[in-house]
Design a protein around this ligand. Sequence first.
Ligand SMILES: [Mn+2]
Length: 325
Amino acid sequence: MNQKFTKEFNEIKKELEKARNILLVAHPRPDGDTAGSVFALREYLVGDLRKKVSVACEDSLPEYLQVIFPEEKFEKPDNINIDDFDLLVGCDAVERGFEKIVGKKEKNQRVVLIDHHESLEMKNIIPDIVVADPKYSSVCEILFVFFDFHRIGISKKMATALLTGILHDTAVFQHANTTSRVMEIAAELMRRGAPMNKIIETTFKNKKLATLKLWGRAMERAEVNEKTGAIVSFVTREDMEELGMDDDSVGRIAELLNTVSGTKFSLVLVEKDENKVKGSLRSEWYKNVDVSEIARLLKGGGHKLASGFEIVGKIVKDENGIAIK
Ligand SMILES: [Mn+2]
């Protein structure tokens, strides 16, 4: 096992053991990785260490994750008092919401961040311990390595949570972040009772007809730019209103478009509200494109093969193609 974080893993364990009241923070619009990691950690903290633990997230647990975690719930940030906690732990895409929930760090508080995203810049909070490495598929993979490093027993519940994160962030072992280590960890988690088929079914095979219709509209509009190799499409506010869908249902369109042969990367533009457009970029390792460079040019961020950005404007399609104006 990779022991790059030996020092951090030892420090984190000490902090977890020392703390009395711990807050775990998931990112907004939670996915399988942020949810899986906070729930696996909570299980360890409450089960093994008998700690008082709260789990906070700006948004509630999406339906498909409620099926996998029927006993779990997020607490709304408004209902918790940050001052009550002596240890604050952010898991996954920490930049997206940790500081919004935590605000400022008090003198007596310690902050631990665990992430697998390239950039991790905090504005107001200087974390005490950071484990962040984009070479990991997911925070759940990092946590498995942490538990394994400390020989902490992984229960069926913890295994289920960790495998959920790994399956989510690798899109069931399809993305380039699926290393041999990921496969070994997944096998070990199955051995410990994680129901892989159930997780795959609830996460990836529970589509609503309206979702497919929305995807259909986007597929219909897709255009390939021969010069750049980009395949581009879009979803408008109108589409989502007509089909009664929200932003969450557009998540995989960029991935699907990216499967068109001969393309270098995909770009899907989604109207977020009146005057804001969200862009999602995807590529594959064999296409040799770093989409995070494109995202950064537009003040966004992300990974080499999966990035995003937000810009002000509206989507316009005319004879010259798709543009934001
Ligand atoms: Mn993740």
